[in-house]
Design a protein around this ligand. Structure first.
Ligand code: NAI
Length: 739
């Protein structure tokens, strides 16, 4: 990111720039390389009179400092003339600051037609005329930044300013729509409500305040909003004295006061007034879709309403936030079957940031690796399928707005290492429902089985914003709690970058929520960009612990618990801090760039039996092949002396091991490349010689009990390729006769 915000090559039109705030903006843009059109009609504050001197003076000042500027003396009501000046002088128009303004303050009763019309003509119509004249130029160049100038008087109302307040808030409405229409052309429109000492405020502010609230304390906000690197669009800011704040709408949960086949009455409105106006659990609608969705939801609720329902019941307790623990707890979701192959394991590993850059990661990325394993946190994938399929929405007693569902916490415990392929069955149960006031928490327990064997247990804590207050309990003995880390600097820290496409990759493991890929969907949720899946950060953190404290041995993994605190944007770096206390590793994961904690109260429990040989044996035995043991040993030897073997042997060997007449394993020893490589599975390099024999005969040969030549002539051993190379095998195998 360039340290300095520059506007070289950009053409800026500032209206009403002959003094006050506009002048400050014009000077600031010019100082940072922009070419500026300084517009000012040069009238008095009531919009009367005309003069060119105000604009000329500012142009002179800019030029004296080496900047580029031209003056324009037209009224903003002739918007196209202002834009034409920009095109004539500089050939384009990139940024429009609608700033020109006048005041005609009167108490409402004394407001004349002229007072009303003049204010509207300059502020609202003027901003419209100027912006419309610039719009198509911005559209075709696919860049534009527009500022509308509103006022606290419009936002909050102010005595004696009915005309001005109306026009000023009208500008906000205009800006909101331009932000939507312009977005796809990279035209951003934002609104500011500034406060600064100027001739407009000199009648309403004491002189020393007028002096202290400098216009130069507002200009930096305007410059930032207009920079090409600023993504802000459709927002409203208050600014003054060096402070900037953003404003948005808040809406109560509200109440449904209409009922099926009944007349809607003012009495019902009166009787529900408290709920209509209750800002506890308020939501913050972001766009018109959210507003309409609420109404459509209400229509369907009223339509399907049971007539015996309480006729004046509030929305907060019976509709959008309706939760009935008595009905829901103990309910089972439909059983889910999840079938997967090694592809899904590898895809998941890539999804949580594993990379071939790190040799340690190969065992999770390469199916031919001798210790090919599935990451323990893959255990969340089969279980989440039960939720994703809408099973939750069908639970009796759950009548809430599913767009308000957040994934709050996750617990995963493994009872056995996850196979690298299989068909697993998950059974989800509503373990409990908690009332947290601002929302409800659903504890969803999911048990995942491989046939009859329980493989893993997940607990999803799902937070439903605004669905609290139904009078339920706050805690549950069934909840797997978070635990804070010890109060000392971390024992270890591990950092990993997420890639720009991390979420795009992770979602392929089964969480298809558009929030993680679709910018407009993310915007509806109030996010500037699609966010990373919480469970993706969870995967990063778990593998950090596995590497730091368990040598990437999946057999060491027992359980993990995390609380999701903040979203991560793909491309940010995740930094996991770790504290080891016995078999428990407390963790806290932060975004490195911002320091924001994203996973809190988290820990990984390890089995604490880290013994490499003990850990490896079961995986060797799992295949049921004795030859696997020999190859595992060969693998170790290649690690030690592979380089030397590459020099002396320089060939690729392949074995096809059969068991009971069926193909049981393929092994390749690659002593041509690098430091030597042994792997199981489909060969990646062309074999110079291939041996096919049964597991038993292989062992007999290795143990020296069966002569390979005899085996060959007896048809027990088949050889393809350069048979002479088999002599070199001795170099590799001779030490293992004792096995
Ligand atoms: P100002 O009076 O110093 O600047 C306004 C400029 O607009 C003047 O130079 C005037 O000649 C020019 N102008 C008026 N009618 C015009 C027209 N038809 N065409 C072209 N230029 C015209 O006032 P100030 O305070 O700098 O105000 C700038 C903007 O900020 C205005 O829109 C105002 O309503 C708004 N504002 C200012 C606040 C403050 O505390 N200063 C508070 C809230 C809003």
């Amino acid at each position: 990111m360039s340290p300095f915000l520059r506007f070289d090559g950009k053409v800026v039109l500032v209206t009403g720039a002959g003094g006050g705030l506009g002048k400050e903006y014009a000077l600031a843009f010019a100082e940072r390389g922009a070419s500026v059109v300084v517009n000012d009609l040069g009238g008095d504050i009531k919009g009367e009179g005309k003069s060119s001197s105000a604009a000329d003076k500012v142009v002179e000042e800019i030029k004296a400092k080496g900047g580029k500027a031209v003056a324009n003396y037209d009224s903003v009501e002739n918007g196209d003339k202002l834009v034409q000046t920009a095109l004539d002088a500089f050939g384009r128009i990139d940024i429009v600051i609608n700033n020109a303004g006048i005041l005609r303050d009167r108490s409402f009763a004394r407001t004349s037609d002229l007072d009303w019309d003049l204010i509207h003509r300059v502020h609202l119509r003027g901003s419209f005329m100027v912006t419309r004249a610039a719009w198509n130029h911005m559209k075709s160049q696919r860049f534009g930044r527009i500022i509308m100038t509103s006022s606290a008087a419009g936002i909050y109302g102010n005595f004696g300013q009915a005309n001005y307040s109306a026009a000023k808030l009208g500008l906000l409405g205009l800006s909101n729509t331009l932000a939507i229409e312009g977005n796809k052309y990279n035209i951003h429109c934002n609104t500011i409500a500034p406060t600064a000492g100027s001739r407009l405020t000199q009648t309403v502010m004491p002189p020393d305040l007028l002096e202290s609230l400098k216009a130069e304390y507002v200009a930096p906000l305007v410059l930032w909003l207009c920079h090409e690197s600023c993504e802000e669009n459709g927002s409203l800011f208050e600014a003054g004295a060096g402070w900037i704040g953003k404003l948005r709408w808040e809406r109560t949960q509200g109440a449904i006061v209409r009922h099926k086949n009944q007349e809607m009455t003012p009495e019902a409105v009166r009787d529900n007034w408290e709920t209509v106006c209750d800002f506890r659990n308020a939501n913050k609608p972001q766009n018109i879709q959210e507003s309409i969705t609420t109404l459509v939801d209400v229509l369907s609720r009223v339509d399907t309403e049971n007539l015996s329902a309480n006729p004046t019941s509030a929305m907060a307790s019976t509709s959008t936030t309706g939760i009935d623990p008595a009905q829901a707890v103990g309910q089972k979701l439909p059983e889910m079957v999840f079938t997967y192959s090694q592809t899904q394991c590898i895809l998941y590993a890539l999804g949580v940031g594993m990379s071939t850059k790190d040799p340690d990661h190969m065992k999770f990325l390469f199916e031919g690796h001798e210790e090919f394993s599935c990451l323990p946190t893959f255990g969340v994938i089969p279980s989440q399928a039960s939720m994703m399929d809408g099973g939750l929405a069908a639970v009796p007693g759950f009548n809430f707005d599913f767009t308000k569902l957040l994934h709050g916490e996750q617990y995963l415990e493994l009872y056995k290492p996850l196979p690298t392929s299989g068909k697993l069955t998950s059974q989800a149960t509503i373990a409990d429902v908690l009332d947290k006031g601002s929302g409800a928490v659903i504890l969803l327990d999911v048990h995942t089985y491989d046939e009859k064997d329980l493989l893993c247990y997940n607990q999803f804590s799902l937070f439903i914003v605004g669905a609290g207050g139904f009078g339920g309990k706050r805690t549950s003995e069934k909840a797997k709690g978070t635990v804070n880390p010890p109060n000392r600097p971390p024992d270890a820290v591990m950092t990993d970058e997420t890639s720009r496409d991390q979420a795009a990759l992770y979602r392929l493991s089964g969480d298809w929520n558009p929030l993680h890929i679709d910018p407009s969907f993310a915007a509806m949720g109030g996010f500037k960009k699609p966010i990373l899946h919480g469970l993706c950060s969870f995967g990063f953190a778990a593998r950090h612990v596995l590497k730091q404290y368990a040598d990437n041995d999946v057999l060491q993994f027992k359980a993990i618990k995390v609380r999701f605190v903040k979203p991560v944007i793909p491309g940010q770096s995740l930094q996991t801090e770790m504290w080891k206390e016995g078999n428990r590793v407390h963790i806290q994961t932060k975004i490195k760039e911002t320091g924001d904690v994203v996973l809190a109260g988290a820990y990984v429990d390890l089995k604490g039996t880290l013994d490499k040989t003990a850990a490896k044996e079961p995986s060797v035995q799992a295949g049921g092949l004795q030859s696997d043991l020999v190859f595992a040993e060969i693998g170790r030897r290649i690690k030690d002396v592979g380089k030397d073997l590459v020099k002396t042997v320089n060939a690729v060997f392949q074995w096809e091991i059969t068991k009971d007449g069926n193909n049981a394993a393929q092994w390749t020893i690659d002593l041509k490349n690098g430091s030597g490589l042994l792997y199981k599975g489909a060969p990646q390099a062309k074999a110079d010689v291939t041996f096919s024999l049964s597991d038993e005969d292989f062992m007999e040969v290795v143990l020296g009990k069966l002569n390979p030549q005899k085996a060959f002539f007896a048809g027990k051993l088949k050889v393809k390729g350069n048979i002479m190379l088999s002599q070199k095998l001795e170099t590799i195998l001779k030490d293992y006769a004792k096995l």
